[in-house]
Design a protein around this ligand. Structure first.
Ligand SMILES: [Zn+2]
Length: 312
């Protein structure tokens, strides 16, 4: 098999090795597409918690050993703790993601457990398949916020998770859905999914604000533009640390909510939501040109609405 191996900061190399034999209860999925998101280009710059050397890509769709089209539910837990029993694997002390702690989809083949496979309906295209994982993140954040149709919604960042939040808000019938996003192509995509307004920087206040970026600026900005008694939801991982003046959060009784990945149920629900996305939003890259696209993202060029890896 061939794989793109992340060996250190800004070091992505193509490696060829014999395709391993899967352990019992698992198989080597033939990768057809793997979505590229913030997690990949940020890890390309700084691998962080990832196993190095390792293969990135946790938004994976491919063909199983019977040739059936499958999505990969990448999250695993210990299967024994109270959080795993509740289906909240992301709260397990030993959570893992295929493509983070285990080798992922930037390869011709990916080792998966059979229990990770989710059949793709015929109505879901390969291009739409790369939106399922980010839209599952969006769905979890939407449900964590307990947002209603009467809420005014702001979304900072129209990457694929931000677009998923817009799709959730539109589906819920929200009348105000404002997207803060500097890239025109992504603003237009957000409008196609139901955003009612777009801007580069938020100016008003909203009952629920989602920060999908995760920089110190975007987080402060998300809190500032949450109205009194409102909710701010954090999904972005761009920077771990920040300094925050809590006095306004306390006086204005704002709720700060963290949101990380998704449940299996949310992942399966996201399949329907991903079918809102036209195929031409996805731009494909292979072994030879993916690194150049990661560099474009890291230099702030987000004119590509959604990048995806295709091994062939
Ligand atoms: Zn557990």
């Amino acid at each position: 098999m061939d794989a793109l191996l992340l060996t250190g900061p800004r070091q992505l190399i193509r490696a060829t090795a014999p395709t391993p034999v899967a352990a019992s209860g698992g198989q080597m999925l033939r990768v057809v597409v793997a979505g590229i998101g913030g997690s990949e280009y940020l890890s390309y710059l700084s691998p962080g918690m990832r196993t190095i050397p390792g293969v990135m890509g946790h938004s994976i769709a491919g063909l199983d050993d019977e040739g059936q089209r499958m999505l990969v539910f990448p999250l695993r837990g210990c299967e024994h703790c109270e959080y795993c029993a509740m289906g909240q694997l992301q709260l397990c002390d030993n959570w893992t993601l295929t493509g983070v702690q285990f080798d992922g989809g930037l390869a011709t083949h990916c080792a998966v457990r059979n229990t990770q496979l989710v059949p793709m309906p015929d109505s879901l295209s390969w291009s739409q398949a790369v939106f399922v994982e980010p839209f599952a993140n969006a769905l979890n954040s939407w449900q964590r916020a307990a947002a209603q149709s009467t809420d005014s919604i702001a979304v900072i960042g129209a990457g694929s998770i931000g677009l998923g939040v817009v799709a959730c808000a539109a589906q819920a019938g929200c009348e105000v859905i404002c997207v803060a996003e500097p890239t025109v192509e992504r603003q237009q995509a957000a409008h196609q999914l139901g955003a009612t307004d777009s801007c580069v920087r938020l100016e008003q206040q909203y009952s629920v604000v989602f920060d999908t970026v995760g920089s110190p600026e975007s987080r402060c900005w998300a809190i500032d533009h949450t109205r009194k008694g409102g909710r701010t939801v954090f999904l972005g991982f761009a920077t771990p640390d920040m300094v925050l003046d809590m006095s306004e959060v306390i006086r204005h009784q704002k709720q700060l909510i963290g949101s990380f990945v998704y449940s299996r149920e949310q992942f399966e629900q996201a399949i329907t939501l991903a079918q809102c996305c036209p195929d031409d939003w996805v731009q494909y890259f292979g072994f030879d040109d993916l690194e150049a696209q990661l560099q474009r993202f890291s230099m702030g060029d987000f004119s590509c609405i959604k990048a995806a890896f295709r091994p062939e």
